[in-house]
Ligand binder design. Structure first.
Ligand SMILES: [Zn+2]
Length: 338
């Protein structure tokens, strides 16, 4: 689907990136492995990364107030950052920390950031996956997670809308990503929806400076926007910057678009975490790993896709290579479906 609704004002820093530098320092970033936790701690202690310092932000407009209470974050880590390769150490169980899960149908919104001209296929493939993933055996794994009242995540996902942000600015930090979401909502391009997960999808030439490609392939978090808890995620197209890190298959992939096929696995990862740990205070293990983190880059039994690539699930009419997810039953285990 190419005909996206454009956001209204898209000239760079002055209007788009409205979050304050102070707010930028509070935005949760998405990483999860031990290395990444250490990275976070270093960063918070030393504040050496200069979050938000690269650009001028107007402090007078701070609609996107970051939640300063966040103590942990998540990410889909690049290959090589797997905390437990080969299962050398038995994985710890995932435990509940008292926060909410997402109940009922989860609405997914896609925000296409940047110039997607070189990967138009993404704008068909990703919406198709999002449209079809609800009700699958793969997403059903998330129904093994419940809230304090025992209510479980529902195996239902609705592709609820999309927007385009055609800013030509090619370098984003976490606060910028948050502003992209805020702008999409405040402009009216997308509704303000507490049952939604907003994905900021960046074009192949866009950088995310908090660690896209080096520390994560995607991340999810949440913010309070005028009293509504907004869940959102970042997933970048890795094709130009880090195919080896964020694509399982860098040449031939099930849908003929390695960058997008890589993104879909990361989107699936972040979506699963968003519904089971939307406010980063529900389901994760003693290492801080959420459900999808525990199975990152594990695919289980694969089969040959029509084009000869490897795939492991059918979603809708397509074949995909989607990472496994953690089943929250007995001691727990990674699976492709339930
Ligand atoms: Zn993750």
């Amino acid at each position: 689907m190419i005909g996206t609704r454009a956001l209204k004002v898209l000239s760079v820093a002055s209007t788009l990136f409205i979050i304050s530098a102070a707010g930028a320092a509070q935005v949760a970033r998405g990483r999860s492995s031990q290395e990444l936790n250490e990275y976070d701690q270093r960063e918070q202690l030393a504040n050496g990364k200069g979050w938000g310092a690269a650009h001028e932000y107007s402090s007078s407009v701070t609609k996107a107030t970051a939640d300063a209470t966040l103590t942990r974050s998540d990410g889909a880590e690049p290959r090589g950052y797997i905390a437990n390769p080969g299962g050398a150490v038995p994985p710890s169980p995932i435990t509940y920390h008292g926060g909410p899960v997402m109940l009922g149908t989860t609405n997914v919104y896609l925000i296409w950031y940047g110039d997607w001209a070189e990967d138009r296929a993404a704008q068909n493939l990703i919406p198709e996956f999002v449209t079809r993933v609800g009700g699958t055996k793969w997403f059903n794994i998330n129904t093994t997670y419940n809230n304090k009242a025992g209510q479980r995540v529902t195996n239902a996902v609705h592709y609820a809308g999309h927007a385009a942000n055609t800013s030509t600015y090619k370098t984003l930090n976490d606060a910028n990503v948050q502003s992209v979401v805020t702008n999409a909502i405040d402009s009216g391009a997308l509704p303000k929806d507490a049952h939604g997960v907003y994905f900021v999808l960046t074009a192949p030439d866009v950088k995310e400076t908090s660690g896209f490609c080096s520390k994560y392939c995607g991340w999810h978090t949440h913010m309070s926007l005028n009293g509504t808890d907004i869940k959102y995620a970042f997933v970048g197209n890795p094709s130009r910057q880090c195919a080896n890190a964020c694509e399982a298959q860098t040449t031939r992939s099930p849908n003929g678009d390695a960058g997008t096929d890589g993104m879909v696995s990361t989107i699936a990862h972040e979506l699963s975490e968003a519904v089971t740990d939307p406010d980063l205070n529900a389901w994760f293990d003693s290492a801080g790993d959420e459900n999808a983190d525990k199975c990152a880059w594990q695919f289980g039994a694969m089969f040959a896709a029509t084009n000869g690539a490897s795939a492991n699930v059918n979603v809708g009419t397509r074949q995909w290579l989607i990472q496994e997810n953690w089943v929250n039953a007995t001691k727990g285990y990674c699976a492709r479906g339930l």
